[in-house]
Design a binder for this molecule. Structure first.
Ligand code: NAP
Length: 291
């Protein structure tokens, strides 16, 4: 069994990005610039945005944080998005999700200029991804593809089972795995799927993105399978300062001995999701220079 080390891989990619930024700056361009819009004070969202800003600093990007209170009106938020769309000094931006209930998330996503949508959530980017055109690919599936590529994992002709069909993880993941460059045969499973255990056990590559901690157990995995654990559920813990720890969708101790490759939680998919946002922002900056 080989552990897929997302943390180490993300460090290597950050170095690569840093080198690219140095080249851009040496050529007289400004550094890539990413902005984040954060609405409210949800603990998880605050943490994710803080990480994104720290990641930008590490690779030499500029970053900006735009904050609104929980009760911000939708029109005000949409107005800010228009400003950011028009800002020539900004390469890309994200709106941290989830948003408060009175704001229509889909409307917000669709207000972002697809050219600046470095989260890859806009229907234009999703559509371009589906038909294999250059696009911003949403960060988690992008990070997983990068892990498979860098660990030289054979995907052609393999049966890939993706458990989960969300717009940001499961669905784009399944589409990418079926593309001509990857060539897997893909099954997408969800909460209404029958015979899920047998289906998982038939997978050469199993991608668990349900958000159900410890759902995938040893008997659900084939000998020699590649297992990618996307799940990151916060569970209470007396062993950490924060009082919680992240738990994956896979029972690692049972599943790992059967695998050819497996991602841990934490340290697998999570760091790759973070670095993929940087990769998309670098791409946006280069496209701007090319304009
Ligand atoms: P989500 O929007 O809640 O979607 C979960 C999907 O799993 C849904 O399609 C759901 O089916 C399916 N599902 C739930 N329970 C199931 C069950 N018992 N059997 C079969 N399918 C089941 O979640 P998400 O945003 O995709 O995230 C999934 C997990 O990945 C979460 O733990 C999240 O925290 C984690 N995540 C991690 C990263 C990272 O960087 N590591 C990034 C994003 C998300 P239905 O469609 O039928 O409801």
């Amino acid at each position: 069994m080989q552990l897929i080390d997302g943390k180490a891989t993300s460090k290597v990619i950050k170095e690569e990005i840093r080198t690219e930024v140095n080249k851009l700056v040496a050529a007289g361009h400004r550094p890539p610039h990413l902005a984040a819009i954060l609405v409210g004070h949800d603990g998880g969202s605050e943490t994710y945005v803080a990480y994104k800003i720290k990641d930008c600093e590490e690779v030499g990007f500029r970053s900006s944080l735009v904050r609104f209170e929980d009760d911000v009106e939708e029109d005000v938020l949409l107005g800010k998005i228009t400003d950011l769309n028009d800002d020539k000094e900004l390469d890309g931006f994200i709106v941290q999700l989830p948003l408060p209930g009175h704001i229509n998330e889909q409307k917000v996503i669709e207000a972002i200029d697809p050219a600046k949508d470095v989260d890859g959530f806009h229907p234009v980017n999703v559509g371009r991804t589906v038909i294999g055109l250059p696009s911003y690919i949403s960060a988690t599936p992008y990070g997983i593809i990068e892990l498979l590529r860098r660990y030289k994992i054979e995907t052609s002709g393999k049966h890939c089972v993706v458990v989960g069909r969300s717009n940001i993880v499961g669905r784009p993941m399944s589409i990418l795995m079926s593309q001509k460059s990857i060539n897997a045969t893909v099954t997408v499973a969800h909460s209404r799927t029958k015979n899920l255990e047998e289906l998982c056990a038939s997978a050469d590559i199993l991608i668990a993105a349900l958000g159900a901690p410890g759902f995938i157990k040893g008997h659900m995995v084939k000998e020699g399978a590649v297992v990618i654990d996307v799940g990151t559920t916060r569970v209470p813990s007396s062993e950490t300062k924060s009082g919680f720890r992240l738990k994956g969708d896979v029972v690692f101790e049972e599943v790992a001995p059967k695998c050819s490759f497996i991602t841990p939680v934490p340290g697998g998919v999570g760091p790759m999701t973070r670095v993929s946002l940087l990769s998309n922002t670098l791409l946006a900056a280069k496209r701007n220079i090319g304009d």
